[in-house]
Design a protein around this ligand. Sequence first.
Ligand SMILES: NC(=O)c1ccc[n+]([C@@H]2O[C@H](COP(=O)([O-])OP(=O)(O)OC[C@H]3O[C@@H](n4cnc5c(N)ncnc54)[C@H](O)[C@@H]3O)[C@@H](O)[C@H]2O)c1
Length: 340
Amino acid sequence: MTLPRLPLACTAMFMAVLAGFAAPVGAADATASTAPALLDITPIADDYFVPDRFKGKTVLVTGGARGIGRMSAIRAAREGANVVVADILEKEGQATVAEIVAGGGKAIFVRVDVRSTEDCDRMVAETVKAFGSLDVALNAAGVMDAVPPADAVDLASQRSQIFAPIHEATDEYWQTTMDVNATGVFKSMRSQLRQLLKQGRGGSIVNIGSIAGLIGLAGNPAYVASKHAVTGITRNGAIDYAPHGIRVNSVNMAATETPMTDAAFRKVRAVQQERAADPALAGAPNMGMLKTQSLLMFADSKHRMSTPAEQAAVILFLLSPESSNITGATWATDGGWTAF
Ligand SMILES: NC(=O)c1ccc[n+]([C@@H]2O[C@H](COP(=O)([O-])OP(=O)(O)OC[C@H]3O[C@@H](n4cnc5c(N)ncnc54)[C@H](O)[C@@H]3O)[C@@H](O)[C@H]2O)c1
């Protein structure tokens, strides 16, 4: 059976309707009448928001100085939230706050190292002091390895800090990654949950995990182990705090455009170049190239990564009452990475 072909005008109208969600790949494809058009998915706009969804609510964001945490903090403020930006990077954290305030929102910065119990307790105390209570929390602070977040990539001086397979891995790389990503989420949640329990009116916590919390990834064992810990503590929190009306979920993304991925790609390239120049390693299979793209990265004509705004959209949904029946979920916000 042959399907009736749509007249060209009708096709053009259809493309115009789709324009908000997808765009044709190349001019020729937009008018092609014999083959289905190839379309790139359009990411949600950076300035998109749901008016008043968090009106009067207080949102605490660890890792709010940069990347996914920053974008989530800014959008939460646009949606009416009082925002607490907690991060180890003071200048960048203050810049997030300044951007929120310039846009008419309310925010404060608290300098926090999530590895510290005192700092985590203080960030919640400062939240309550500034805004009266804590309603929801996003735990976005995280690292790829032991290289401090703001440091430029330099393989020679950072050898003991950069990710490496287990037989080459140092204690420093392992311990720092576990301390920030696993213990940091535990300590952040503990301080947040004590406050939510004290208030007695429920709440919602979102932890940022990773595809590395759902599957293995080549060459970064501490990151994979630490993100599996985030998956575990998310599920555990969901069980223990459901009777208190507190939901706990995680988002588990693949490559997203942030300073962290930028640094990670520089490191991977530096390590690859070094290995290519070493005759002892030149013939070894490069496990880092085993799988490099999500389904949507592969299908996209420019192989684009996820944007922080795409992640913030799901994060804020999970923090909001719109997700009232969702807890213990480890959402793969990964462009289909874990689907194959
Ligand atoms: N970007 C990606 O592709 C990707 C993929 C999977 C998971 N993630 C996760 O998303 C989260 C956000 O990462 P991002 O990509 O936005 O990176 P990012 O480096 O831009 O942001 C991470 C933030 O965490 C902060 N931070 C690091 N260590 C800290 C500490 N000890 N105490 C307090 N703050 C600390 C950093 O200063 C930074 O502001 C992380 O948990 C990361 O593991 C990112």
